[in-house]
Write a protein that binds this ligand. Structure first.
Ligand SMILES: [Zn+2]
Length: 238
């Protein structure tokens, strides 16, 4: 069966992917790969904007990121649970899209939705490969599971250089107007565009610096790296 996507990014909330791996999705798209985004919740717990507004914003952001596919599941915002039922919801998506690479949130963090989405996503990837679990479409297990680690202070396994895509990534985040525009309503709670820009660029600069590039996004993989040629290893030691 032909895969619909090369890479699927799964995250708890709309706008998580934009912040943690949006530059990477843009870069992979520029290499000709097909990318997609699965948001697990619809954002109904947010202080600003309705779920419907956020759906329209997520569509706009996905288009800016060049994603071929974007949908949101209906898991309750703020209380994502790693249940069999929820795993199956993700399995159905994985078997439909058949991505080779899946990007998940890192498995530790402050927000329970983030680390729960990580474990839930991992277990869904595993279950998706089991033939005895029937969903009406054939089993599919991704080749590679990667963890976007921006929200966690953990040493990344590798950095993706997103320097040429940082402005476009910022535009995708700014598509969430109900969350991020410089409106009066709830202004004590929400930072305006300039502050978000400063924070996200500083984070990208920090991770870029670790790898000797300008702007980067951090990832962790559980597997070791495999090297053929010591002469072509990137990132200078000194
Ligand atoms: Zn989130």
């Amino acid at each position: 069966m032909q895969p619909l996507l090369d890479i699927l990014a799964i995250a708890a909330h709309r706008d998580d992917v934009e912040q943690t791996c949006g530059g990477t999705l843009l870069k992979m798209r520029s290499l000709g790969l097909e990318t997609g985004i699965l948001d697990l919740t619809q954002g109904e717990a947010g202080t600003r904007g309705s779920a419907a507004e956020r759906a329209a914003e997520a569509d706009a952001a996905g288009r800016i990121l060049g994603a071929r596919w974007r949908q949101a599941l209906d898991l309750p915002d703020g209380r994502i649970e790693n249940s069999w039922e929820n795993r199956l919801k993700i399995v159905r998506v994985l078997r439909e899209l058949r991505p080779r690479v899946v990007i998940l949130p890192y498995w530790q963090g402050r927000h329970p939705d983030h680390y729960t989405a990580s474990t839930l996503g991992y277990e869904a990837c595993f279950v998706s490969g089991l033939a005895r679990v029937e969903t009406g479409s054939s089993p599919h297990r991704p080749y590679k599971v990667l963890y976007a680690s921006l929200y966690t202070d953990v040493r990344p396994t590798f950095i993706v250089d997103i320097t040429p895509f940082i402005e476009q990534r910022n535009q995708s985040l700014m598509a969430y107007r109900s969350q991020y525009s410089n409106a009066e309503q709830g202004s004590a709670l929400f930072v305006p565009e300039e502050e978000i820009r400063e924070r996200t660029f500083a984070e990208a600069r920090h991770y870029g610096q670790l790898a000797g590039v300008r702007y980067g996004e951090p990832f962790v993989q559980k597997e070791v790296g495999l090297v053929e040629d010591l002469m072509s290893l990137p990132v200078a030691s000194m």
